[in-house]
Design a protein around this ligand. Structure first.
Ligand code: SF4
Length: 293
């Protein structure tokens, strides 16, 4: 059905932007880049990030909104180092003790400037049951989970399981293997980092409803689970520009040129990761290499 678009209102918005673009194009040198959310998808990211890092520009802090940055600029603060000097530790009033700690952008800047991890208060983990540390890896573009890793305390050390799916057909098998292990654990409390693992539990419970555990069992696992990001986000400040979990998860990620062999059991990670260079978890690389991929 045809729809009516009123160009006159859009023209008023576009005209000032055209003026700005004309002014930029008439300059003899390129404008200074300011990092935005779109940058990770842009082909110039490496170049822009290098320039912004040299300038120590505030846009390096991806947790800082454009509005916050503009406010700081009006106060004469343009670099991460300058911003770090504005942090003042304050004692929390007792009446606010039960409230969630707010995020301190200036403390993040301080952590980067001093290359130190700063901790606010005493982060506590109230685990009522057996902790089960869960980490899942998948390929979002194929809606496929290929690795489930869990670690469980078992005196005097830990028990560790890695369930691998070589292709989509194996996904249900590794899901059931996970549930079988969990069902043997007394009162399991799933501990994970970010929302990825929660989404995984919800999705696979829906996708494989005939598995041994019913959906209420998985719902209980999700409800009782602990997301470490909730604790680390506002209380632990790592000296990294990126706010976890996007790009700086505190796990060993390494850039790789992933191998792609026609007919390999793990198909074309090179393509799946969107180019010749991707980011893979070290465990994934070890696994691929152990299989001669
Ligand atoms: S990486 Fe791309 S989007 Fe980001 S500042 Fe540079 S040109 Fe702009």
């Amino acid at each position: 059905m045809p729809s009516l678009i009123r160009l006159d209102s859009l023209i008023h918005e576009v005209q000032p932007l055209v003026g700005t673009l004309r002014a930029l194009l008439s300059e003899s040198s390129a404008p200074d880049p300011v990092l935005i959310k779109h940058c990770p998808e842009c082909e110039f990211e490496t170049y822009c990030r290098k320039r912004v890092t040299e300038k120590d520009d505030l846009s390096l802090l991806d947790s800082l909104s454009i509005k916050d940055r503009t406010t700081l600029n009006t106060k004469g603060i343009f670099t991460v180092t300058q911003f770090a000097y504005t942090f003042r530790p304050r004692r929390r009033p007792k009446r606010l003790a039960s409230r969630k700690e707010k995020y301190h952008h200036a403390l993040k800047a301080l952590a980067i400037r001093d290359r130190k991890i700063h901790i606010v208060g005493k982060p506590e983990l109230a685990i009522k049951g057996t902790p089960v540390y869960l980490d899942v890896e998948g390929m979002p573009d194929r809606d496929f989970y290929y690795l489930i890793g869990i670690r469980i305390p078992a005196e005097p050390s830990y028990l560790q399981y890695s369930f691998w799916a070589d292709d989509i057909g194996d996904e249900e098998t590794i899901w059931r293997s996970l549930l079988r292990v969990l069902e043997r654990i007394d009162n399991p409390v799933v501990i994970h980092y970010g929302a990825y693992e929660t989404t995984f539990l919800k999705r696979l419970a829906r996708r494989y409803p005939d598995s041994a555990a019913d959906s209420s069992y998985v719902s209980t696992l999700i409800t009782r689970g602990i997301n470490l990001l909730g604790i680390t986000y506002s209380q632990i400040y790592f000296p990294t520009y990126f706010q976890p979990p996007q790009r700086s998860r505190p796990v060993p990620w390494v850039p790789v040129v992933a191998p792609c062999r026609v007919g390999a059991s793990v198909p074309c990670l090179e393509t799946t990761m969107g180019g010749s260079e991707g980011y893979l978890h070290q465990a994934s690389i070890d696994h691929l290499q152990s299989r001669g991929l």
